[in-house]
Design a protein around this ligand. Structure first.
Ligand code: SF4
Length: 578
């Protein structure tokens, strides 16, 4: 596999061989890295950590995971990374869809976008076989991601994968994500977090089109070992009570957890002012499934080819017209309860606008919650939030303030209750009632990002309301997800490999023949986190950035009336044993 360099200064592209790794340590080169790990290494090696995130020295990297492009279920996630305009530190965000698998099958280990076009014009990148072309895309300026994908597929073929930005990315807003088309109706998968859509906009890149027609699954060093391990992996997922055909993940998708998080008192409601929502029942996963099936929508579909879990849905309106694929838990929390909105139809409408404008629904939802607290919209009044989202898409002054995310919105609007860590909005778990997530939000190099180590899944083992034990639990989760994010595996496919690390080792050895052991795997995870922490340290982030917002340490959260009280000293020591 090779690296594609895209130089936006000179509008040139080139294939480049991958630097070999002379030893097991991923710190030695790029060869034994993928996804999030490769992004960390490229950024640490090639990008000045103190650079301006939207300037020419930052790089935007697209990297499939190590297992991307194989037949392994749920392994095609696409990692996108760069220095974040939101956190000022390193950022990797990944998305489902076919982008990761397509890129891998095209033989691309990483696509690295560098520099900025002097003329400020928009461009599209088309990759097909060995051909990489950078072409004008000025005619797509101002289009949302749905229209951009449609135009690109009209030009290049309906089976192409399109990775694009919407208006938010063009306006260089820190709430902008990167949107990727997926399998069948799953046309809007988003690498949402950290403002990477703004980095793509700053490179003058409106869209990347991948045509993987005629490509085959990637070669295997030990086909027997890989196929035996991949079959066992899929079998365990299919037979699991959680991810199998009768399991909650398949039946209800991520919305399966609305009821549980609400009962825990961690469901963000009206700008994180309480942890339970009186209309939560309307938003339960069961309700989403019922409504969707009654109207002729879809549930239990896959975002990428070959995923045996198939957790996605296509939410439709009362006339059966598709609104959004997929309506997810985090969006239900941030654009629903956090805004006092209690119907799935209203949330789906707001979600569609965010997807179209290329906005992270978490960051946008938190910024809208802050705006409502400032009196610019009314909790529970969908139309008042639609108006604000339209301001964002239009690039008005108010829209540009909100599009910079919750932290900037809070500063401009004079609101001090702003749910952010490292400048990034919190996902839909209030850290006062799920303290392990608070530790992850504060300490992860990724900022407030549940995918960096979500303690919801271990709430039976570690009391979510207690301060004790949260740092140990968060660290273990943070380490484990580095492996998922570096192999392209979906978080929902974690049980077989978390339960038996040797299975992950066998998959890697089957694919590459590296002769890894479980100890090598453990070392790999630590190395990824250490590279990210080093980048952030060089970028100027300190322990002062590893904190919860002050109000969350003194303002009790109903219904449990708890504050975030994990001691600062414990937060500061979390990575000391790495
Ligand atoms: S489990 Fe869901 S999100 Fe994950 S790869 Fe499968 S369909 Fe996509």
């Amino acid at each position: 596999m090779k690296i594609i360099r895209v130089n936006m200064d000179h509008l040139e592209t080139r294939w480049e061989p991958v630097l070999p790794a002379p030893a097991l340590s991923p710190a030695e080169g790029y060869e034994r890295l993928g996804g999030r790990a490769l992004i960390a290494k490229i950024l640490l090696t090639e990008v000045p950590p103190q650079c301006e995130p939207l300037g020419p020295n930052n790089k935007l990297i697209f990297a499939p995971g190590l297992l991307g492009g194989t037949s392994l279920s749920s392994s095609g996630r696409l990692s996108i990374g760069g220095k974040s305009p939101l956190t000022g530190g390193i950022k990797e965000a990944n998305c489902g869809g076919n982008g990761g698998s397509d890129l891998a099958r095209l033989g691309v280990k990483a696509l690295v976008v560098e520099g900025q076009p002097a003329d400020g014009k928009l461009h599209q990148l088309h990759i097909s076989g060995e051909t990489v072309e950078l072409l004008p895309a000025e005619e797509w300026r101002g289009l949302g991601t749905y229209d951009t994908a449609a135009k690109a597929q009209e030009r290049w073929g309906a089976d192409c994968t399109v990775i694009s930005i919407g208006q938010a990315g063009e306006f260089l807003m820190s709430a902008a994500g990167v949107v990727c088309t997926g399998h069948r109706e799953q046309n809007s998968r988003i690498a949402a977090r950290g403002g990477l859509g703004a980095v793509m906009g700053s490179k003058g890149l409106k869209a990347i089109v991948l045509d993987s027609a005629g490509t085959a699954a990637l070669p295997l060093a030990d086909p027997k070992l890989f196929r035996t391990s991949a079959r066992r992996f899929a079998k365990e997922l299919i037979e699991s009570p959680r991810t199998g055909r009768k399991g909650a993940t398949h039946m209800y998708g991520t919305s399966a957890i609305v009821a549980a998080v609400n009962e825990m008192g961690a469901f963000p409601t009206r700008n994180f002012s309480t942890g339970s929502f009186e209309a939560a029942e309307n938003l339960y996963g069961q309700r989403l499934r019922e409504i969707t099936l009654e109207r002729g929508g879809k549930v239990g579909t896959a975002c990428m080819r070959g995923c045996v879990i198939a957790c996605c849905n296509m939410f439709v309106d009362e006339n059966g017209k598709p609104i959004v694929s997929t309506l997810q838990y985090e969006t239900i929390g941030l654009l629903g309860s956090n805004l006092g909105i209690g119907t799935l139809d209203e949330i789906a409408h707001l979600n569609r606008l965010c997807n179209d404008f290329g906005l992270d629904s978490i960051e946008a939802g938190a910024a809208l919650g802050v705006a409502a607290e400032a009196g610019l919209a009314r909790f529970g009044d969908k139309n008042s939030f639609v108006s604000l989202l339209e301001e964002i898409a239009a690039g008005s002054v108010l829209g540009r303030v909100l599009g910079q995310g919750a932290a900037v919105a809070g500063r401009v609007l004079g609101v001090s209750r702003v749910p952010v860590a490292k400048g990034q909005a919190m996902p839909a778990y209030d850290p006062r009632a799920l303290k392990g997530n608070g530790v992850t939000y504060a300490t992860s190099p990724m900022g407030a990002d549940h995918t960096a180590g979500n303690a919801f899944g271990i709430r039976q083992a570690v009391d979510p309301l207690a301060a004790a034990g949260q740092c140990e639990a968060s660290l273990k989760l943070q380490l484990d997800v580095t492996m998922l994010d570096s192999t392209g595996l979906c978080l929902f496919a974690r049980p077989p490999v978390f339960g038996d690390p040797q299975l992950m080792v066998d998959l890697i050895n089957g694919r590459f023949g590296w002769g890894w052991s479980v100890a090598d795997l453990e070392e790999f995870k630590k190395t990824v986190l250490k590279m990210e922490l080093e980048f952030n340290e060089q970028a100027g982030l300190t322990s002062a950035d590893a904190r919860m917002p002050e109000y969350m340490t003194r303002e009790p959260l109903p219904p449990h009336n708890t504050v975030f009280d994990v001691p600062d000293a414990e937060l500061d020591a979390i990575f000391s044993a790495l």
